[in-house]
Write a protein that binds this ligand. Structure first.
Ligand SMILES: [Zn+2]
Length: 291
């Protein structure tokens, strides 16, 4: 039984990861068209390659090679498998098709498996299972934002709003299952204040120079998904800790300048996932060691 659940999680993760990868390109294409219409400078090559994605039906997205226009068949679109079989190159023109897609597919599958393996709450009632399902679906949105922010330093509004919506559902599920609903509501407010409020303060202080408004919305969605102020603090700690592990060596070797932009979204997403899955254990260990 366990094996079947894990197998299903891997398959669902790969398929939804593939959807996430396609959505990243569709959102980017929309962004470029909107930017161009607003009179902003856009990369001409990227714009010509991607603008065909706008207006096409979702089912037709990514159905062509961006370089030569080769129409992809179903066997070119199997998550991970097709990419590996073609070694990351277009079947027709042999130009590289990018490592982002297989990475999103693998990452989403890994997220699904780890979320089930480390899920800190019971999974016996329907409401408890619903909480995990909402978390997994939110994870697909987080995968899209992770990839988008890493590549283009932006968190798309549409996805942010979906994750906030799922966060509201998650928080409601948590509150109605709690033996102390008032405490649970305050807990959710605390988590949101920590993850979103701190960025809002930084945003105001720096007048939007350090972080974008997208980070504040992301913090809101993530705070709702965590629904616990202690976990929010742990998430923030991990986000900064992982950030230092990446940024300090890059700065020391001169690969990153003081003025370089660092996308904060992926760090916060990673920190919050770690906090959700192992944060309860850390909080308990910490409380025990204080006594
Ligand atoms: Zn091609």
């Amino acid at each position: 039984m366990e094996f079947i659940i894990y197998l299903a999680l891997v398959l669902f993760g790969l398929v939804l990861g593939s959807y996430a990868g396609a959505t990243v390109w569709r959102l980017r294409a929309r962004q470029l068209v909107a930017d161009k219409e607003a009179g902003e400078h856009v990369d001409h090559k990227e714009y010509t390659q991607l603008k065909t994605l706008v207006g096409e039906k979702t089912s037709k997205d990514r159905s062509r090679c961006l370089h030569c226009g080769y129409v992809l068949h179903w066997y070119d679109l199997i998550p991970l498998v097709s990419w590996l079989a073609l070694r990351g190159k277009c079947r027709e023109c042999r130009k590289p098709i990018g490592i982002m897609e297989p990475l999103i597919e693998l990452g989403t599958a890994l997220f699904f498996v780890l979320s089930f393996a480390f899920w800190p709450y019971d999974l016996t009632t329907g409401l408890q299972i619903a909480s995990l399902v909402v978390w997994l679906v939110a994870g697909v949105g987080l995968a899209i934002m992770f990839a988008y922010d890493t590549r283009w330093y932006l968190l798309p509004d549409r996805v942010n709003f979906v994750v906030i919506g799922l966060g509201v559902i998650s928080a409601v599920l948590m509150i109605i299952q709690s033996s102390n609903p008032v405490g649970a509501i305050l807990n959710v407010i605390g988590a949101v204040a920590i993850l979103s409020g701190i960025y809002f303060a930084l945003y105001l202080i720096s007048k939007g120079r350090w972080i974008g408004f997208g980070d504040i919305k992301l913090g809101l969605g993530l705070g709702l998904l965590l629904g616990d102020w202690e976990l929010a603090l742990i998430g923030l700690f991990f986000a900064n800790f992982i950030g230092c592990l990446i940024v300090v060596p890059l700065m020391a070797t001169g690969k990153l300048k003081r003025t370089s932009r660092v996308p904060f979204g992926p760090l916060l997403i990673t920190g919050v996932i770690v906090a959700k899955l192992v944060g309860v254990g850390i909080a308990e260990f910490y409380t025990l060691s204080l006594m």
